[in-house]
Ligand binder design. Structure first.
Ligand SMILES: *Cc1c(COP(=O)(O)O)cnc(C)c1O
Length: 380
């Protein structure tokens, strides 16, 4: 873990651990049921959405996370190898050959398939253990899980398996963070019906969970015993319209240093494909990061912040460089800092701005920064 960017760093991702801890605290404090403290899963898949899975996991555990969650066995093993002893949920389905390692490492599988649960149960029984599992119900996302209409027979069979205990039951919203909550409500009532039927059949679950960050913010009645939070603790809202929690701020910033400054005459062109022609004398800063670092491959679009001012990108983004117009930032000098993501004075470039450049969503923009950009951790 790097604490300070070396003075020669060309560009880096800064992760503010103090803000991360603050976000977790605000999320817990802001949950409506004060007497019933919020129980949450910290979702740290895809390297903690590009923030560092272990660093986010540590802050989450310190804030009281009941489980960590990832999407595959390799990610779960990486957490164990870093010394994380917490419960770990693995989303998605497991190949038969992955079940042994899940038992050995105490990973909690989430499955909607009876054959997987049966196999897991057999293997656990051989080891003379009973392994907790979470049953995944597909309530309308049509991805993982047993279809809500077919959940009861699976639950009835799974409840009789000697090597597993039905600790959890979960589902996942297809759209929880937009103003129109009608499909989320449909999914919630399908899920609730399964829960009610299960209860009638004498099958009880310690943890029922369906909420992601959007559901946590906007669907209080769907919290049950556990919510699964990925994006929100990182200080980014899943959509423009969901509820805001004052004080929550982004944890990730990206900085670069000006590697070179150029003076152009009217008519000079910039970059591959000659996508920009200077309309008059223009001062240009070259920043040594490009699409090879995950910067969106745009041309003549977007900006960075230098000395608190906007410097628009001109020309195309190269693998290793972007060029920005600093004609209106005369104080800028070589090796000065540029903010590629984050705040500088009154200005801010948000992850939503980067997502717009990519024609994508903030989730994609967050995970898109390549490992070539070192992660630097502040606020220990
Ligand atoms: C990624 C994921 C989450 C977290 O979603 P956020 O919107 O980032 O909070 C929750 N549940 C499942 C099943 C996921 O795959």
């Amino acid at each position: 873990m790097i604490m300070q960017p070396p003075p020669t760093s060309r560009a880096w991702v800064e992760i503010d651990l103090a803000q991360l801890r603050r976000n977790f605290q605000l999320i817990r404090a802001g949950s409506a049921s004060q007497q019933n403290r919020l129980r949450f899963v910290s979702v740290v898949k895809d390297d903690g959405y590009g923030h560092g899975a272990v660093e986010v996991a540590r802050a989450a555990v310190e804030a009281g996370a009941v489980f960590l969650a990832v999407s595959n066995v390799a990610e779960a093993l990486a957490l164990r190898e870093a010394g994380m002893e917490s419960r770990i949920l693995i989303f998605g389905e497991r190949h038969e050959d992955e079940l042994a390692i899940c038992l050995e490492q105490n990973f909690t599988i989430t499955s909607g398939k009876l054959e997987v649960l049966e196999r897991f149960s057999q293997m656990a029984a051989v080891r003379k253990i009973v392994s907790p599992v979470h049953i995944k119900v597909d309530s309308g996302m049509s991805r993982y899980g047993v279809r809500w209409t077919e959940a009861m027979p699976l639950l009835a069979s799974a409840a009789r398996l000697p090597g597993v205990s039905l600790e959890g039951i979960m589902s996942h919203f297809a759209m929880s963070d937009e103003a129109d909550k009608s499909f989320a409500q449909t999914q919630l009532s399908r899920f609730q019906n399964v829960l009610t039927e299960a209860e009638k059949a004498g099958i009880a679950f310690r943890y029922r969970h369906i909420c992601n960050s959007g559901g946590f913010l906007d669907l209080q009645p769907a919290h049950y015993e556990l919510v699964r939070l990925g994006i929100l603790p990182l200080g980014v809202y899943p959509s423009k319209v969901c509820r805001r929690i004052p004080g929550i701020e982004p944890v990730m910033r990206i900085k670069a240093r000006i590697a070179s400054i150029k003076l152009l005459d009217k008519g000079d062109v910039v970059g591959y494909g000659m996508r920009y022609t200077a309309p008059g004398p223009t001062r240009v800063a070259v920043l040594p990061l490009g699409y090879g670092d995950g910067f969106p491959r745009v041309r003549n679009q977007g900006h960075v912040l230098i000395h608190g001012k906007k410097a628009p990108l001109i020309g195309g983004v190269s693998m290793d460089a972007i060029t920005v117009d600093i004609t209106s930032v005369p104080e800028a000098q070589a090796w000065d800092l540029a903010t590629v993501l984050g705040r500088d004075g009154a200005e801010e470039i948000s992850i939503h701005d980067i997502a717009t450049l990519k024609n994508s969503v903030s989730y994609d923009a967050m995970v898109g920064w390549r490992s070539r950009l070192p992660r630097v951790y502040t606020g220990q």
